[in-house]
Write a protein that binds this ligand. Structure first.
Ligand SMILES: Nc1nc2c(ncn2[C@@H]2O[C@H](COP(=O)(O)OP(=O)(O)O)[C@@H](O)[C@H]2O)c(=O)[nH]1
Ligand SMILES: [Mg+2]
Length: 381
């Protein structure tokens, strides 16, 4: 892949984009062959990316998890085999993404649907909204029903993608129409129990990160606990909104229960970029192997509308970004104290999880973050 070589030329070894290497996700598995590859390959919950060819699957995966700039995706070659990508370096978000070629044929005898859908946590179906979507809807129906027969626990997510070129009116109309037709098709064939979630997405803005955040959140069994902790934290600290971010991918793994507006999310994403970039340029000592994001990382940005953005690191992979009114920041001591309690609680959540993982880590039973099918191949026809 040419872009990977370019990156090596541009940056000193040890960096991926503006991130230190140990900060990035694991290597991109280009072979895409053999079950698993990395040791836990078969057990880590899977997110499948499916859809017609050129709907934007590989672009989404590259932009969200490999820091590719959206413009570069124009040069992506078409995918001709399943590409498995391990996102398991991060302590919280552990999963594999499988990128499928568009022309995949479910009736091909070599297509092992038990294996593919069995261990799958979420299936993301990408529809190109700039194109005629009738064929995509047929494929969606086929895919979803096939997958559901194998594994009823799959969370189905439909990305109505490439909406950057569309007017707001058309976007809404397309979403309504796709939603209606997809659900009608399912109801007509007796599958009304299948639930599809819809997201309007584009790699040219933050919508793709937002949508992927929602996908990943559905795979985190601790989500209600995290939300609860965030609710307690913000209400006791006079904070308006708080996001718990996975720093590398900028997807948020939890937020408090007040509604998310896109602008706040974008602001928080931008803040993470600024903090990491400044820290990489000015914060790294040459002699030691320090990372650009450590337990001292914190930042305050005052906006000219009386709002403050406050970032604190939670652990190596997670950051908390809060939005609050300037006058409420006068009690920073209180906020900091509450934050320490919050961080402590998060650590305890992690400890419980790793204890459970240890207990169950017989050679073949290392589990990822989902409750997913308990059997590696998850055959339940
Ligand atoms: N306008 C627009 N183009 C996109 C978007 N996502 C992907 N593309 C383009 O769609 C084309 C096909 O993308 P690709 O990822 O190879 O599709 P795949 O076959 O589904 O993997 C590329 O030229 C991308 O640049 C998007 O959000 N908006
Ligand atoms: Mg592709």
């Amino acid at each position: 892949m040419s872009y990977e070589q370019d990156e090596d030329d541009q940056y000193t070894p040890g960096y991926v984009g503006s991130f230190p290497k140990d900060f990035g996700y694991g290597p991109y598995d280009q072979d895409g062959e053999g079950p698993g590859g990395p040791l836990t390959g078969e057990q880590i919950p899977r997110i499948l990316l499916m859809g017609l060819r050129r709907s934007g699957k590989s672009s989404i995966q590259k932009v969200v998890f490999h820091k590719m700039s959206p413009n570069e995706t124009i040069f992506l070659e078409s995918t001709n085999k399943i590409i498995k990508d391990d996102i398991s370096n991060s302590s919280f978000v552990q999963f594999q993404i499988w990128d499928f070629p568009g022309q995949i044929d479910f009736f091909d005898p070599t297509f092992d649907s038990d294996m593919i859908f069995g261990g799958c946590g979420a299936l993301v179906f990408v529809i190109d909204a700039q194109d005629d979507y009738m064929e995509a809807l047929n494929k969606l129906h086929l895919t979803v029903t096939k997958a559901y027969k194998v594994n009823q626990n799959i969370k189905f997510q439909v990305f109505i993608h490439k909406v950057d070129g569309l007017s707001d009116d058309y976007k809404m109309e397309a979403q309504r129409d796709i939603h209606q037709r997809a659900n009608d098709d399912l109801a007509d064939s007796g599958y009304d129990q299948i639930h599809l979630s819809f997201h309007l997405t584009s790699i040219y803005d933050h919508s793709i990160f937002e949508a992927f955040s929602k996908v990943v959140q559905k795979l985190i069994p601790q989500l209600p606990t995290l939300e609860n902790l965030l609710n307690i934290f913000i209400s006791n600290s006079a904070i308006e909104k708080a996001f718990l971010f996975d720093v590398v991918s900028k997807i948020y793994i939890a937020t408090d229960s007040s509604p998310v507006d896109m602008q706040s999310y974008e602001l928080c994403c931008d803040m993470i970029d600024v903090v990491i970039d400044v820290s990489c340029i000015y914060g790294l000592r040459e002699d030691t192997e320090t990372s650009a994001f450590d337990n001292q990382s914190s930042s305050i940005i005052k906006l000219n509308n009386g709002t403050i953005l406050y970032l604190r690191e939670v652990n190596k992979f997670l950051a908390l970004v809060c939005i609050l009114r300037e006058e409420n920041f006068e009690r920073q001591g209180l906020i900091d104290y509450n934050f320490l309690c919050f961080r402590q609680a998060i650590q305890e959540v992690f400890e419980v999880r790793s204890k459970i993982q240890l207990q169950t880590s017989l050679p073949n039973s290392q589990h990822g973050i989902t409750e997913g099918p308990k059997h590696p191949n998850g055959v339940q026809t």
